[in-house]
Design a protein around this ligand. Structure first.
Ligand code: ADP
Ligand code: MG
Length: 663
């Protein structure tokens, strides 16, 4: 890649001040630009002196040359370094040759313009790149550095890094939560907007998780540390965004490759333009009277050969968009995924836990041994108690509902927690209770493996016709009964789907649940293409099938049983990421909020990033082409060429940085 745009960790030297003042600070802090400014001052003084005093020509020549050499030195050194160490013909070398050529032609002011404007342009790029990266800082500043630890009834203020697991911490109303923790005592509302982008505060009480960096809006809380500071959700998000900034988008790589060919080619063309017409066609080498010499035209071409605007615009776009997304609770794990967000045409949704809430309702309990038609009898409760013993080892939304109901009915003590719990992905769950292999799962699973009376099948068919889901229980010896559940769409799910349709996307539901239950949810959220009864591998096939249309497909799933489909899809998206470690680690894009409203935002952002990149490329290339023609026909001065280049770089960079403020 051209060196002029390779700023690596350009974070250094970016102060808190923004705008022109910030840029001046940055300039003065850079040794290279200080030399440029000194040399530029020398050129100005020489110019003044030559106009006002009658100095000998040799003096003026020497003064100009000295000043220009000082200004040129950092550029030349970096160009020569690249040539020596990496055998790369980079843009600094081009500029050095152009400036030396202009000096040799006696065009001192032109040489000065090239060197000074080029250096300023380069500094500006470094500055903007740094500011773009630094926008991540607003995330880092979220988590407070100190916490109020409670120990032996004593409160003491300690750095968060000193907190250990299970430490008790006091969070006063209005404070930011210092660590990821679980509430022990107190009730409050937590504003999680900083982390998830959700503006509605979340009510919390004992047993609920709270996250570092969010704001305790209402009442005092006593919490217990569940994650060390460096492992908190916010720390991991910051780390992931920082990593994402480094992974290059496809278009970014293509442009780098293009630049590495374009730069030497343009230099070769400049050499040919400077030499061929004078040698073979009797054209003038130097400027003569009204006509522009061919060496000068060649030098102008060298300046135009700088692909800076082209090379800088894509990374700035990608980083701006990723950071804007992070600030609105959408974690995009790399430039590639940002581009994919802009390109997908089809989104497949998992149903349970993705389109629906994590807390489905239990609508009925039935035991084959039921003795009381009217009320819930001991046997029916026993189905729930045994099921809950197995579900304690599962993270499925149904498991949460079953555990919660069992707790509410005080059934937890009837059975010991199951051991060796294994998920039968997309079908159910199994585990040992009192040495018996207890199985819990869908009717499909039981049809094949656990014989049960026809009467039960009829009842289940009735349940499913109401749009509910039946989960059957086998205690190891025989089928005992079933639990029926009904889930509800997540808040905003139908608005999100509608927004996606407005964006021209096709939506599909892929679920392991029964067709009727899936249809009910599909109708509620507005998805017509509902494919039910799918095992994880069927979901994978469905995704492959959708991808066969040629357009990339996104799969949105909670990761519990969707892992194959999520990885088969071009883009794996996880909702409700803040609560799920697995989602945070394995998805390509994570929606932190507990609803789907961020999905249309992410798609729009991806599309905007793509179109910004495209516009910048078209703008850069057409400017370059126009100047190329002008330079060869003798219509472009070095001045105009360098001003155009720096101006263009500024325009495309600012255009890209607008994405930082995307909402
Ligand atoms: P979805 O594809 O909609 O997310 P799943 O694949 O998670 O649905 O589940 C499909 C079916 O498998 C459920 O409807 C349920 O009958 C059964 N199932 C899966 N996991 C469990 C579990 N932990 N407890 C009870 N039933 C389960
Ligand atoms: Mg699911």
């Amino acid at each position: 890649m051209a060196d002029c745009c390779d700023h690596g960790q350009a974070d250094t030297g970016i102060g808190q001040r923004g705008g022109i003042a910030g840029f001046v600070d940055y300039l003065l802090a850079r040794p290279e630009t200080r030399l440029t400014l000194v040399g530029g001052g020398g050129v100005l003084l020489t110019l003044l002196a030559s106009r006002t005093l009658a100095l000998p020509g040799l003096w003026i020549f020497s003064a100009y040359t000295l000043a220009l050499m000082i200004a040129l030195w950092p550029v030349a050194r970096s160009g020569l370094d690249a040539l020596r160490h990496r055998r790369a013909f980079n843009i600094n070398l081009l500029m050095t040759i152009a400036a030396l050529g202009a000096i040799a032609l006696g065009e001192f002011l032109e040489a000065a313009a090239v060197v000074i404007l080029f250096s300023l342009g380069e500094a500006l790029e470094g500055y903007n790149m740094g500011r773009t990266r630094a926008s991540l800082r607003s995330l880092m500043q979220l988590a407070p550095a100190l916490a109020l630890r409670l120990q032996d009834g004593q409160e003491s203020q300690v750095p968060v890094a000193d907190l250990r697991l299970d430490d008790r911490v006091l969070v006063r109303a209005g404070d930011r939560i210092p660590v990821d923790a679980v509430v022990l005592d107190g009730y409050s509302d937590i504003n999680q907007a900083s982390l998830t982008g959700e503006s509605l505060p979340r009510p919390v009480g004992p047993g609920d998780e709270v996250y570092a960096g969010t704001i305790n809006a209402a009442g005092g809380l006593e919490v217990k540390v569940t994650r060390l500071a460096q492992d908190s959700a916010i720390s991991r998000i910051i780390r992931m965004v920082a990593e994402a900034q480094e992974t290059r988008a496809q278009s970014w790589r293509t442009i780098d490759r293009f630049a590495s060919i374009y730069t030497p080619l343009a230099a070769l063309l400049a050499l040919l333009v400077a030499t061929v017409p004078p040698l073979f066609f009797g054209q003038p080498l130097l400027n003569e009277g009204g006509s522009v010499g061919w060496i000068y035209r060649g030098l102008a071409l060298l300046v135009i050969a700088c692909p800076c605007a082209l090379v800088i615009s894509t990374p700035v776009t990608v980083i701006s968009a990723i950071n804007a997304a992070a600030r609105h609770g959408v974690l995009i794990k790399g430039g590639v995924y940002l581009e994919l967000l802009g390109r997908i045409r089809t989104i497949a949704f998992d149903k349970t836990g993705t389109l629906t809430t994590n807390q489905p309702g239990i609508t009925g309990l039935y035991s084959l041994d039921c003795r009381d038609e009217e009320d819930i009898c001991h046997e029916c409760e026993d189905v729930l108690a045994l099921a809950a013993a197995v579900e304690r080892g599962s993270s499925h939304p149904f498991a949460q509902a079953i555990r919660a109901r069992s707790n509410a009915l005080h059934l937890t003590d009837r059975y010991a927690t199951a051991t060796q719990v294994t998920a039968l992905a997309g079908r159910g769950v199994q585990g040992y209770v009192n040495d018996q292999l207890v199985t819990l799962g869908s009717h499909v699973l039981f049809e094949n493996e656990h014989p049960h009376p026809q009467a039960l099948c009829d009842m289940i068919a009735e349940t499913e016709n109401r749009g509910e889901t039946a989960v059957l229980l086998c205690d190891g010896a025989r089928v005992r009964g079933y639990i029926s559940l009904a889930d509800e769409p997540r808040e905003n799910a139908s608005e999100a789907i509608e927004a996606l349709h407005d964006l021209g996307l096709r939506t599909v539901i892929l679920t392991g649940d029964n067709q009727q239950a899936a249809n009910v949810i599909g109708a509620m959220v507005g998805v017509r293409d509902v494919r039910a009864g799918l095992l994880p591998e069927d979901k994978l096939d469905a995704v492959r099938d959708l991808e066969a249309s040629g357009h990339p497909v996104a799969m949105v799933g909670d990761g519990i049983n969707d892992t194959p489909a999520l990885s088969a899809a071009s883009l794996g998206i996880a909702p409700g990421g803040i609560g799920s470690d697995q989602a945070l680690e394995s998805a390509d894009v994570v929606l932190m909020a507990d609803d789907l409203s961020q999905l249309p935002f992410a798609i729009r952002l991806g599309r905007r990033a793509l179109s910004t990149i495209r516009n910048n490329i078209v703008l850069s290339l057409s400017m370059k082409a126009a100047f190329l023609v002008l330079a060869v026909t003798g219509g472009a001065s070095l001045w105009a060429a360098i001003v155009a280049d720096v101006g263009l770089t500024l325009v495309v960079t600012l255009n890209s940085m607008r994405l930082l403020r995307a909402r």
